[in-house]
Design a protein around this ligand. Structure first.
Ligand code: HEM
Length: 343
């Protein structure tokens, strides 16, 4: 067999019309850990099994592990930059940390394909895990977030996407892997829709209908676009997002499932700090006056080859019960800040 570079999981898969985001914790005990480890070998096979039935549906699945789960299941070596989710902000504007050992990001053009694969994968995990969140996302018109703005325009593509998301020589044992951060946001749609389109455009930093970026001389420094643009040594540092709207109209629930991939968590965390604390502090993202994060977890995405090989790993350590991470209290509902509401 030739010595190929590790095959990444489907991080660069095309954006699809549907997605299932599933976050689970692993139940206590060595049997549960052993079940999850053995299951790692089946993820790619099951994905192929379903996708072969309808290749045009672009079915893909990414499987990722949280910091604590990694130590428990696989031990050393561990991905250099994997750590528990870092909390940013405080009070009503907090990027909360919530439990999560395993993330499944399943994408396809139709929900039946996503659902079928999710069912088979969950059957394999059985009572070894507890699902703490399952969100079904859908494409909304011309790739708009539920707040009405086109989402994903500034994503890197092609080689640039690979460059910004794939671990390379900096952590040689984990080449072809990535980090992924997820957060579930709920929006105050009544408050958001009460704003003028011009105010909304100032908050996002783009025109709503045309999606054209605001000129630099009128784009506020607090705009979402300004605060999530990062530069290092004069070069822009990007992340790869595939956010999806979700909701339940009858329950008044309107949300954005944020998902960002990168070769190191640091740029995503810097963006969170800019949004929640501000750049400089106080110059925060006004989108957060109408949106609150209700979940937050960080995961490592092994390469596809490594995921399969993890089934054979030994060396994981069962944590004592009192070492399990407790969820951080949820942020309180947000109130629009007077300056935004008035503009
Ligand atoms: C409330 C949830 C969020 C919504 C509704 C949202 C929506 C949007 C929209 C509409 C854009 C403009 C178009 C584009 O995608 O380039 C955008 C840009 C962007 N967002 Fe978000 N976003 C959310 C959360 C986040 C978070 C949590 C991060 C990072 C931690 C983030 C990072 C970015 C980045 C990097 C850009 C591109 C900025 C640029 O280069 O102009 N977003 N987002």
């Amino acid at each position: 067999m030739p010595d190929f570079a590790p095959e990444p999981q489907a991080v660069h898969s095309p954006n699809t019309r549907h997605a299932i985001f599933l976050v689970a914790t692993i139940n206590p005990g060595p049997d549960a850990a052993a079940t999850v480890r053995a299951w790692c070998e089946d993820v790619a096979t099951l994905t192929r099994t379903v996708s072969t039935r309808s290749p045009s549906e672009n079915l893909s699945c990414i499987c990722a592990f949280g910091s604590q789960a990694w130590d428990r299941l696989f031990g050393q070596p561990r991905p250099a930059a994997l750590h528990p989710f870092r909390v940013f902000g405080d009070g009503a504007r907090t990027a909360v940390a919530t439990p999560g050992d395993i993330l499944l990001h399943i994408r396809a053009e139709s929900m039946d394909m996503c659902f079928e694969l999710a069912t088979l994968l969950m059957n394999g995990l059985g009572d070894a895990v507890t699902v703490v969140d399952e969100t079904h996302g859908f494409r909304y018109f011309d790739r708009r977030a539920i707040i009405g703005f086109v989402d994903g325009t500034e994503n890197p593509a092609g080689r640039e996407a690979v460059h910004f998301t794939m671990i390379g020589d900096e952590d040689a044992e984990f080449t072809g892997g990535s980090y992924v951060l997820v957060q579930k946001y709920l929006h105050d749609m009544a408050g958001w829709n009460a704003l003028s389109v011009e105010s909304q455009e100032g908050i996002i930093g783009r025109h709503k209908l045309s999606n054209v970026e605001l000129d630099d001389d009128i784009k506020p420094a607090s705009s979402h676009s300004a605060l999530t643009t990062l530069e290092e040594n004069g070069e822009e540092v990007k992340i790869l997002r595939d956010n999806m709207p979700f909701g339940r109209a009858g329950m008044g629930e309107f949300g954005t499932y944020f998902i960002g991939y990168a070769r190191n968590p640091a740029p995503i965390e810097q963006m969170l700090e800019n949004m929640f604390v501000g750049r400089p502090a106080g110059n925060y993202d006004r989108l957060l006056d109408y949106s609150r994060a209700v979940t937050g977890s960080l995961f490592f995405v092994p390469s596809e080859d490594m995921l399969e090989a993890l089934a054979q790993r030994t060396g994981g350590v069962e944590p004592a019960m009192d070492q399990r991470v407790e969820p951080v209290a949820e942020a309180k509902p947000v109130q629009p800040s007077p300056d935004v509401a008035a503009s």
